[in-house]
Structure formats: C-alpha cells, structure tokens
Write a protein that binds this ligand. Structure first.
Ligand code: 6A9
Length: 825
C-alpha cells in the first residue's frame, strides 16, 4: 500500500482546514473514515445532542416543552430520561457515517417529533430537520423549541479574549426578536471557518406562531425567534438546559417587574420566552422558537470553503434526507439478508440496528478511580449479621480520557460498559467492521500501564451527572468479562476469511476498493476487510498492550489453588470485589454465589471467560506468527479445559458450579442452577466427546421447571431457592445477551457433533433452538409493539419488560436472532 499523505488527499478534504493537517500522518482511508465519523449525535444521553469527536469543540443540543401553561416547563425535554412519558423515542434509520431519522412520540407535550440528521459525503458538513406534528385533539398545542450551540476550547487570554476561535450571530441585532433565518459564523483550530443557519422551515412549510399581543411590551412577541448569547467556561455548554432555565427565570423576573398586576394578561407562551436583556455575544448561543400546532425548522452547518457539492442547504436538505434514507436501506439489505422474514421482523431489525448505532457516543473527561482501598476478601468489613459489604470507595481524578463507544441504554446508562461492548459489536461486525475496529481501538487506548480497564466509563462532569454518587468511583481491583477481545478476535477471523476467499464476507458483490483512488463513504465499512494488512499493522502495534491486559487480568483474579491439590494445573480463578449479595465484576450482579465468602472460592464463569480470552490471544499470536506465545496460550487453554471438568463439574448436580471449601477445608459445590451453570457450554468449552454432559445442559435448557420459560431462558432455575428473590435482577428475568449465546452455542454443537455419536441429542438441540429463537423474537417484538421500546430484560412468567428502556445495547442481538435460520439442519 502506498500511504497517501496529506498532500494527496487535499482534493477530498480540501475544506477541512486544520482538521486534516492535524492528522497528517493518516492514510487517505483513515482520514476519510475519521471524517465520516467526525460528527454525530454523540451526546447520546439526550434526545438530540450533536458534537464532533474533538475534546473541546462545538457542542449543540435541543430542548422543547409545552408552553400552554406554566407547568409545561416541568416536562422540559433535554436528557433522554427513562421516566419521561414517551410512546417512542428512537432512531428508526441511522448510520453514523451518513445520518438518519429519529422518531419521538411525546405524550406529555402531545406531539410527534421527527428529527432528520444528514451529513455531506465527506462527513464534514451536516444538517438537521426538526418536524413536530400535534396529536389528535391537540391541533393547537403550543410548543417551544430551544436550540443551543456553544464553542469550547477557544483558548482564552487572561483578559478573557479568545485567541483562536469564535462563534457569533451575523444578523443585525434586534432586541425584539428575529423574523429571518439566524446566521452564525464561527472558527476553531480543529474545524476551521464554519457557518450555521437556523430557518423557520422551508418555502412550503406552514408554521403558525402565536400572535403578538398589542397590549404587551414589544419584546414579548412569540411570533419571532428569540436569541440570547452569553459566555460560559469550557466544559459547561452541556448544561444547556440549566442555563436556559436560569435565563428564563431572569426573563420572568423582568416581566413581573414591568407588568406588575397586569401580569395575568400575559399568556403562558409569552411568559415562557427567553428575552435578550444582555445584548452580549459570548461563546454560547440559545435560539428559541414557539409554535402553535405543527412546527418545522432546519439547521445547517457547513465549512465556509466547502465545495458546493458538499454543502447542505435549506434547498437541498429534503433531497439529502431522501438520499440518506435510501442509502441506509440499501446498506442494511446488503448486510443483513432478511427478505424472507416477516415484514414486522424486518422493521424491528432496522430499528434495532439504528437504535444501537444511535447510542454511538463520544465522551471525554476525567474518571474517578480508587486504587487504594483493598477489596481483598480478607480485608472486607463484615456487619453484625455477618454480611460482607464493599467499603466506600474514594475516587481520585484520572485522565482526561476519551472514549468512542456504544451505550447499553440512552435513557438510563448513556455511557460505555466494558463487557456490554463486546456484545454490541457482534451485530456491527456484519454492518460496519471499520467502525468495530474504531470502537475497539478507543477502548484499548484505555488500558492503563498496569493492564487494567475500568468496567464502567464515566468520563467528565457531563457523564457523572447521570450517575448516582455511590456508583461513580471505579476500583482497580474490579474487572469485567473480557468480551472485547472476543470481538477483536471475531474481527480478525472475518478478515482472515475475507482474505482466503478473496471476497468480502458480508457483501458478495461489493466492488474491490482501491485505497489510492476514490472511496465512497458507503464503502468504508469494508476497507478493513478488503485490506487486511491495515488490520495486521494495528494488531501488531496493539499486541503488547493486549498481552499486558491479559496477564494482569489473570494475575489479578487468580484463585487459591493450594486448597485443592491442583498439581501443575493452576488455572482457577475468583472474581474480586464481591459482597454477600453482589459480584458486579462478573456482570451478573446479584446472581447467588457461595456463602460464607471465602478466599478459596472459585468461579466457573470467570474461568470460562479467561478461557475465551486465552483463545483470542492464541489466535492473535498465530496471526502475528509468534510461535512461543501461541504455545503458551495453547497450554493455558488446555489447562482451562481440564480445570473446568475436574474442578467445576458436579456429578451430583449434573451441572457446572462454583466451588469453595467448608469448615473442614473440604471442597463444596455451590450449584445455583441458571446462567452460571451454562458457561462452559456458552463458551464452547465442553469437549465434543462429553455427550452426556452436553445432554444434561440441554435438559436444563429445555425443562420448564428449570431454565425454560415461554419467553426465553431464565437467569435462575424455577427450582432454585433464590428464584425471584431479593432484587430479582439476575434471579429469573430473561436477558438477551445470554440467550443469544445459547442460540449460538446450540448452533455450534449441532454442527459439530456427529450423528453417529449424538443423533438423539442433536435432534433435541435442534428443537430447543427453534423453540427458543421463536420465543425470543416473538416476545421482544410483542413488547416493542405494545410499549414502543426494546428493554433490558423480560419477565419469565409474563414476558413483560423490565429494567431500562430503549436498551439497545445487547438486546439488539435480537437482530442476529432474526437473521438466524428457523431450523438447524
Ligand atoms: C446504575 C442507575 C439514573 C447492569 O448494562 C450495563 C450493566 C451491565 O454491564 C451489567 O451486567 N447493567 C448489569 O448487571 C446496568 C448497570 C447500571 C449501573 C448504574 C445507575 C442510573 O440512575
């Protein structure tokens, strides 16, 4: 490959003033890939929050509220909140490289909102169309919208002067409000010169604004657009809603003064209007528009010297939206082959992928970490009931770090979680493998010099504002299942296959891409696949860090092998940081574990995860042709396979279990039948010749008195004393990530077992598979149709949704289940 240096791609990204030179060492492909992922609704915890992947830059957001009475403010919309009365709020078509559509059905504001977001071909310009339609019976509903946009990182001088950036309104100042399009211009080091415009809908838009009332002061005209600007320090633009509410309070106080006892003549929508009493231009701008009935307005952002073909204008926006929608449909159909599936399932599938991608987030800031408090079981505090609690952690600020990741749930946990991410990436592997690599890279950057990655990434004040204080601090003793290495390994496997078959694995008729000539944004998702050496280079570069991560992961969770006369096989592990009731590290939080807590405890799920990690490392070392490392991983893998059988299989319970020792130092099993019993099966560690053991696992999966429910595999057996007890989080509900792994393993064993060894078992596996796949899809679809959302978990008795809503993290794996065959052949 000839590396295209900055000079060679001037023609493509001509207009990206400094952003390009800033990244001058990148190849053409990398630059385009970066640019096409530069902008997005990356503040995914809001209904709409746009920013680029730059630490301090141009941050924007949207607010709205019902302005028919003063209480409307109580339902002001900004953060996407689990408890808002929404019938729906999700991206229904969305690709981060070119844009898409979000649909919101707001039952308190009595409107539907459609938000279209589009990007130019080169990814450097973007636009939004916001369209609201009132609900039946609310045709005259009054809605107020506020768009805020603020430029950070301007590098201020001591005198408060900006030396390298600005953002200003170009319209002639009008203290009463504006009729025309508002036009802003700005500059920043990374973005260059740009312009942003906000209109009041296109030519044929029929917006109605409340009429001005002649008896009121002129600055209370609700038919006009109101603008206010002020200066806020870096790192504060995200507080747009609070800032607006404070400004509104000023306006209301002022109104009370000027109106005195005539205050009751002011209709609520005129009172709830922010008015510019400062006449000041700062780095943050707020624009308020109030409508009666339907509403529509557009926002465009363009680099000033962008090529005309790349500019998004009010005139071409409609057709750009249409093109974007077509592109999405085309790419989706190329990547997922669902033509033979029921129409409703196809619709759900599109929404699952779009919602997952709508969670793509860029976050940045410091992380609070406790590296001092010991979570070693022996040091943990015990209360009078003998219960072990984790000590309170004290965080020290580390970083700043940045993370480009997906999120489990925009309304509830809009931030990165280590083990969730490996699951998120599975559906994406088929859709945009380049993006998968981009996300993995971002996570691997976070491996610290001890090899540790925090389980939950809560970066900066904006992210912390969504987390109760007791959950903020991360402990460096706590790890999380290493799914990211699995995803990385899958990516490498895909590339290997693509190379051997000399064709693109996900799209048979995809044209070969010449990196030295044009690359269309739609093709970017396959560059890694068609040019495996790019991936190989990265793999070589990152390998030492992955090894550090792997070694520290194993060392930090090493089990006590002396108690069990292990001989030379030392492959036993124990999750650190558990309390009497919880093991957050395991990801299965309240799943029952052996009591009393003892340092001799060994966890079978952890052993399997380390097995998965080892297998991935072995594969990577093979690709990198490191025979000594391959041999080492191979030995560990063999030991793990042996250890799973010799340490964790309970002949009495006919399943895999955690173990510990009793008062006489004798080995005891803790067999709480449920997801943990399945781990060797889920991770394909049960050898193919263990047909009896496989049979027992399949029995567990198919018995309605154990794990089989009408809606999927339940987390704990119905026969367990812990079934539906306590928080009942991982103690009966159905979780989609584990159910997906069940489907995947059933497929694997069905394909791998030989008829002559396991004919009957294979038939049974095929039955369990078909039933389970159908149950999962049917129930997730039904609940989505009834509630408008996909959820974190589902009740095993009623199938009803539980936990976080719009949980398009690993619940989006239903997309892959839809694509799977109905029957195993
Ligand atoms: C609580 C509450 C507004 C719990 O999906 C993320 C994780 C999983 O990794 C884990 O396996 N969830 C599962 O057991 C959600 C964790 C949320 C913790 C933060 C804050 C929000 O308050």
């Amino acid at each position: 490959l000839v590396l295209a240096r900055s000079a060679d791609f001037d023609f493509v990204v001509d207009d990206a003033v400094d952003f390009v030179t800033f990244n001058a060492s990148l190849t053409l492909y990398e630059q385009l890939s970066q640019n096409s992922l530069l902008w997005g609704p990356y503040r995914s915890g809001y209904y709409l929050g746009i920013k680029p992947r730059i630490p301090l830059s141009l941050t924007s957001g949207l607010l709205w509220f019902n302005a028919d009475d003063h209480n409307g403010l109580q339902n002001i919309r900004h953060e996407y909140d689990q408890h808002h009365n929404m019938r729906k709020a999700n991206w229904v078509q969305y690709d981060p490289r070119f844009g898409g559509r979000q649909e919101i059905v707001d039952k308190d504001c009595h409107i539907n909102i459609i938000i279209d977001f589009v990007k130019s071909e080169n990814g450097l310009n973007w636009a939004l169309k916001v369209k609201a339609v009132p609900h039946k019976g609310y045709e005259h509903v009054t809605t107020s919208f506020v768009w805020y946009t603020g430029l950070e990182g301007e590098a201020m001088t001591d005198q408060g002067l900006s030396v390298s950036g600005f953002l200003k309104l170009d319209n002639e100042f009008n203290e009463y409000g504006y009729k025309d399009t508002l036009e802003f211009s700005g500059f920043s080091k990374e973005l260059g010169l740009f312009e942003m415009k906000i209109n009041d809908g296109g030519k044929d838009t029929k917006n109605k604004h409340p009429k001005p009332i002649s008896s009121l002061p002129k600055n209370l005209d609700p038919s006009l657009t109101h603008h206010l600007s002020l200066r806020v320090p870096d790192g504060n633009v995200w507080r747009g809603k609070d800032i607006f509410l404070t400004l509104l309070e000023d306006s209301i106080n002022d109104l009370m003064k000027t109106m005195g006892d005539k205050l009751n003549e002011v209709p609520p929508y005129a009172g709830l209007m922010m008015r510019d009493m400062h006449h000041y231009e700062g780095n943050l701008h707020l624009v308020q528009k109030t409508y009666q009935g339907a509403a529509e307005f557009d926002i465009t952002y363009n680099l000033v010297d962008a090529d005309d073909s790349q500019k998004i204008t009010f005139e071409n926006l409609k057709s750009q939206i249409e093109v974007t929608s077509q592109k999405f449909k085309k790419k989706f159909d190329e990547c997922f082959h669902l033509a033979s599936k029921p129409k409703k399932e196809q619709k759900l599938a599109k929404e699952l992928l779009s919602g997952l991608l709508g969670g793509l987030s860029y976050s940045q800031g410091d992380q609070l970490v406790d590296r001092e408090t010991s979570l070693d079981d022996e040091d943990l505090p015990v209360n009078i009931n003998g219960d072990v609690h984790l000590p309170k952690l004290t965080g020290k600020s580390e970083g700043p770090h940045e993370l480009f990741s997906l999120v489990p749930s925009r309304p509830f946990f809009p931030r990165g979680f280590y083990w969730d991410e490996g699951f998120h990436l599975l559906p994406l592997l088929k859709y945009d493998s380049d993006l998968v690599l981009e996300i993995l890279k971002s996570w691997f950057e976070l491996i610290d010099n001890k090899g540790w990655i925090a389980r939950e990434q809560i970066l900066g004040a904006e992210a912390r504002s969504r987390v109760p204080a007791e959950f903020v601090v991360q402990s460096d003793s706590i790890v999380n299942p290493p799914t990211l290495l699995l995803a990385f390994n899958n990516l490498l496997e895909m590339a290997k296959q693509a190379e051997t078959s000399k064709k693109n694995v996900y799209s048979e008729n995809q044209k070969a891409i010449n990196l030295d000539t044009d690359i269309a944004i739609e093709d970017l998702s396959s560059v890694v696949m068609s040019h495996p050496h790019l991936l190989a280079n990265y793999t070589k570069e990152i390998y030492p860090r992955l090894k550090l991560h792997y070694d520290s992961f194993r060392a930090s969770q090493q089990g006590e092998f002396d108690d069990f006369n292990r001989g030379p096989n030392k492959e036993v592990y124990r999750w650190r940081g558990r309390s009497t009731t919880h093991s957050l590290a395991s990801g299965l939080d309240d799943y029952p574990r052996i009591l009393p807590i003892d340092i001799a405890e060994l966890n079978v799920d952890l052993l399997c995860w380390i097995g998965v990690m080892t297998r991935s490392m072995k594969n990577i070392a093979e690709i990198l042709e490191l025979p000594l490392d391959v041999a080492r991983y191979d030995k560990i893998e063999t030991d793990i396979t042996e250890s799973i059988e010799s340490m964790h299989w309970s002949e009495e319970h006919k399943t895999y279990c955690d173990v510990s020792v009793d008062d006489d130092d004798e080995k005891v099993f803790g067999c709480y039948k449920g997801y943990i019993s399945l781990f060797p099966f889920l991770t394909r560690f049960i050898p193919l010749d263990q047909v009896d053991k496989l049979g027992h696992i399949v029995d567990l999966l198919s018995d309605p008195e154990e794990l089989a429910s009408d809606y999927g595999i339940r987390s704990i057996s119905k026969s367990s004393e812990f079934y539906r007890t306590g928080e009942n989080y991982w103690r009966s509900p159905i979780w989609i990530n584990i159910n997906y792994l069940v489907l995947d393993s059933l497929t694997y064993y069905h394909h791998s077992l030989k008829d002559e060894d396991a004919g009957e078992l294979k038939e049974k596996i095929a039955d369990v598979y078909s039933t389970l796949r159908k149950q999962l899809i049917t129930n997730v679809k039904r609940q989505w149709m009834t509630t408008g959302f996909v959820w974190e978990q589902y009740d095993d008795i009623t199938g009803e949704p539980k936990g976080a809503k719009n949980f398009l993290g690993w619940s989006s794996l239903i997309l892959l289940a839809i694509e799977m065959p109905e029957k195993l052949m």
